[in-house]
Design a protein around this ligand. Sequence first.
Ligand SMILES: [Zn+2]
Ligand SMILES: [Zn+2]
Length: 294
Amino acid sequence: MAVAVAFITIALPHAQSRTRVVVLGTGTPNPDPDRFGPSVAVVVDAASYLVDFGVGVVRRAAGAERAGIAALAAPRLTRAFATHLHSDHTLGFADLILTPWILERETPLEVYGPRGLRAMADHLVAAYAEDIRVRRTGGEPAHRYDPRIVHVHEIAPGIVFRDERVTVTAFAVPHGAWPQAFGYRFQTPDRTIVISGDTGPESRLEDQCQRCDVLVHEVYSEAGLAGRTADWQKYHARYHTSSRQLGAIAQRARPGLLVLYHQLIWSSTEEDLLKEVRSAYDGKVVSAHDLDVY
Ligand SMILES: [Zn+2]
Ligand SMILES: [Zn+2]
């Protein structure tokens, strides 16, 4: 009986919801072997919508598929939304263009994001010209389409995508010198999910969340920052959001659940990071690891 009760406790939230947030990668440029590049999947029924594609994105998606989320099988990775073009968020772009194509994805990738995304796709396809030539003419079974076709949509803030499951709204966030950086809001049949991308503290994220179900937000540890050099401290204060600043944002936003990702912890600890957030926020908060599902 005890086993059955435990099972129900764990299974109920996902069983009841059509929408799941699968954190594929929680990393940053720092090569933590346990944290792949930033990428979050919003999964609604059998469809997936990726936000960012850091290093290892297709392999982490395969890990989620193995854990039972069929929507993240490589051939089903058909739509992605880029927050901005920093390399840690886009190192998996070639992977996302090419690997599912080899694995018989039926249609080219549809990808949405800031100005410059088109040029990045064009350059990556050009960089892999020899691979593409050999795979297409060197004896691999016929593929479904020409992988040089990538459907890139360079967007402005507002509703950028809509289908029968989701409405996706892009909003501008301040991320240092970047001319365009976006966060995304997903409205699904049963949940509202807001993902910050990388942002400084003046984001007004609370206007996007407003008691949303899940707020996935980047963060750095205030205590960890204190151990950094003065020039890096200046950089991070401008480009990112501190634990205490995020606590204040979440206190105004009132999400059902605050999920920390893209955690810059440095010499501090995850436990202290959570303490710092909680010092300004009394709602539910978790610090995500790769392949966590909410
Ligand atoms: Zn980043
Ligand atoms: Zn960034």
